[in-house]
Design a protein around this ligand. Structure first.
Ligand SMILES: O=C(O)c1ccccc1N[C@@H]1O[C@H](COP(=O)(O)O)[C@@H](O)[C@H]1O
Length: 217
């Protein structure tokens, strides 16, 4: 059985990088979205990324970013993956992938069974898929809201050809159950390892990662 791979998103301080690497997570996410409490500048992210140990996959999360914004980001920050978390079309995903030569992970929001087919559309063009809770209409953020979707929507499904990650409202307490119900082999968390919006907690990162690695899908 393949080991679960963990992504901790929304890092903004050097101690966050140390906590993520120390816990055994594989992916470290930086949020480039000014409305987010986890937003980092290009300069901040570059400083954090150069401190990351070899082997930690550095992911830039953007929301409907323009080429100019992605040009600036990719020129300054040593990145391993781009996460597109807005309303990017399949064609936009393909264009970003071709332009930057980096693996692209596309987030897809799920609230009901009717949302599931769009995953297959993005599977054609993305390197990875991030299956997240669809944000409620009143939400200020397109992700990072600490809200889960009904995991039964994924239970017993034939899996996609591309690697995929489960996200949305995961915590140290529920991640094992989420893995068991969905069969996810990768999980992503932001709010669930924070003491306040944007404040990552090393002990919660450790607990989350330990619970995920011990889980059996
Ligand atoms: O974390 C954010 O602030 C954020 C902002 C804009 C888009 C996505 C964001 N986070 C991503 O949302 C999911 C779920 O987060 P949570 O665990 O429910 O808080 C996660 O994939 C983050 O990568």
């Amino acid at each position: 059985m393949t080991e679960i791979r963990v992504k901790i998103c929304g890092l903004s301080a050097p101690q966050d990088i140390a906590a993520v690497a120390g816990a055994g997570a594989v992916y470290a996410g930086f949020v480039f979205f000014p409305k987010s409490p986890r937003n980092v500048s290009i300069e901040q992210a570059a400083a954090l990324a150069v401190e990351a140990p070899a082997g930690l996959c550095k992911v830039a999360l953007t929301v409907n970013a323009s080429d100019a914004e992605l040009d600036a980001l990719t020129a300054a920050v040593p990145l391993d993956m781009l996460q597109l978390h807005g309303r990017e079309s399949p064609q936009r995903v393909a264009d970003v992938r071709a332009r930057y030569g980096l693996p692209v992970m596309k987030a897809v929001g799920i609230a009901e069974a009717a949302d599931i087919p769009q995953i297959a559309l993005y599977e054609q063009v993305a390197d990875q898929l991030l299956i997240d809770a669809k944000p409620p209409k009143e939400a200020a953020l397109p992700g990072g809201n600490g809200l889960a979707f009904d995991w039964r929507l994924l239970a017993g499904r034939k899996y996609w050809q591309k690697p995929w990650m489960l996200a949305g409202g995961l915590t140290p307490d529920n991640v094992a159950e989420a893995i068991r119900m969905t069969g996810a082999r990768q999980v992503d968390v932001s709010s669930g390892v924070e003491t306040a919006p944007g404040q990552k907690d090393a002990a919660l990162i450790e607990c989350f990662t330990r619970a995920a690695l011990a889980a059996r899908g």
